[in-house]
Design a protein around this ligand. Sequence first.
Ligand SMILES: CC(C)(COP(=O)(O)OP(=O)(O)OC[C@H]1O[C@@H](n2cnc3c(N)ncnc32)[C@H](O)[C@@H]1OP(=O)(O)O)[C@@H](O)C(=O)NCCC(=O)NCCS
Length: 186
Amino acid sequence: MRKLTVPIRTARLNLREFVSSDLKAIHAYSSDPRVTRYLFFGPRDEDSCAEYLEELLQSQREQPRTRFELAVEEIATTRLIGACDLSLIEAKVVDLGYMLGAQQWGKGYATEIALALVDAAFFDLRAERVISTVDVNNSASIRVLEKIGMRWEAVYRKHRRAKNRWWDCHLFTLPREVWESLKAET
Ligand SMILES: CC(C)(COP(=O)(O)OP(=O)(O)OC[C@H]1O[C@@H](n2cnc3c(N)ncnc32)[C@H](O)[C@@H]1OP(=O)(O)O)[C@@H](O)C(=O)NCCC(=O)NCCS
């Protein structure tokens, strides 16, 4: 398995490692109930953000590293506007995720992030399959997954219990062969 090359730069964004001084910016987006509505956690208070950041910094030192949760920085302003992640959940299977502060929605950023992460998963991590699970009501995220060429594969009823409710989630997947054919078309 190869290593993920970080930072990952896209046209407008820099996906970089989190650092301890990111706490305030993390709190700004992850304490917002609009942002965490379809996430299994949150909204997070300051203590919970500090714990999360500590876990993240530890995960950067894992050997072998299986979790790549990266800060999303807007290049034009150098502001931290969200987070995204690739996690190796089993051999050659990589799970993709992202979240952005609500002021940043609707600019195509998540699509830009997801495309770059999918490329990194197949190039750098040598994935055979990229997957993402998404709450059945999270239309914006479903749209992002569709736009980048991921395919609906299944619906998991009561996939997880979190925040005092059961979550029904869609499974979206992208096999390496499909990604290769999408790349060949562009
Ligand atoms: C999901 C999320 C990352 C999308 O970020 P974004 O930068 O706004 O996404 P993009 O601009 O790249 O694309 C969003 C697409 O969804 C569409 N969309 C937005 N809200 C929608 C809604 N309520 N219903 C249907 N489509 C919607 C947009 O029109 C756009 O599609 P288009 O380009 O065809 O017009 C952002 O809403 C977010 O951070 N949500 C909270 C965290 C989260 O739920 N993360 C995903 C967990 S699986």
